[in-house]
Design a protein around this ligand. Structure first.
Ligand code: COA
Length: 132
């Protein structure tokens, strides 16, 4: 286990999501597909961004995405997210994924990313964020 894979996420508080991968989410190596975890991160980031924007948001960019360690079948996945940067209409959300395994005895940070979300108006165009 690398230093990056230590259990404690940098993101504070409770996870935004807790999910369990299914056998259909496994690739040929017996690991969970990167696309599966990316989509869970996008959902969690969207929840945090939508709360901050008080309305509709869209993912406009994934600035960084790092797969630190594999996710395995029977892992319980906790997704933490917090706002790292706030712009006029956009927010950068830091998202971290921790896998709990061995019946809760082991926790490992498996994935991390920085996603940018934009607040949208009714015409699907950028809208200024409400005051922080
Ligand atoms: C989101 C969208 C409306 C933004 O439109 P746009 O014409 O690029 O808007 P702007 O150039 O005014 O940029 C809006 C904000 O996004 C930021 N932004 C735009 N492209 C970016 C990128 N590639 N990386 C980081 N930030 C970006 C801008 O810096 C700006 O932030 P600010 O207002 O805080 O300074 C448009 O790109 C879109 O509809 N994309 C598709 C979204 C989508 O379908 N996502 C997947 C499903 S949720």
């Amino acid at each position: 286990m690398t230093d990056k894979a230590t259990a404690t996420p940098d993101c504070p508080r409770d996870p935004i999501l807790r999910v369990v991968p299914h056998p259909a989410d496994i690739n040929a190596n017996g690991h969970i597909f990167g696309g599966w975890v990316l989509s869970q991160m996008d959902i969690a980031g969207g929840i945090v961004a939508g709360r901050e924007a008080q309305g509709a948001v869209a993912t406009v960019a994934i600035e960084t995405m790092e797969f630190i360690a594999p996710i395995l079948l029977r892992d319980i996945i906790s997704i933490y997210a917090h706002i790292e940067r706030r712009g006029r209409t956009s927010m950068a959300i830091r998202i971290e994924v921790v896998a709990t395994r061995d019946g809760g005895r082991t926790e490992e940070r498996v994935t991390e990313g920085l996603f940018t979300f934009v607040a949208l108006d009714d015409h699907h165009r950028p809208r200024p964020l409400p005051p922080a």
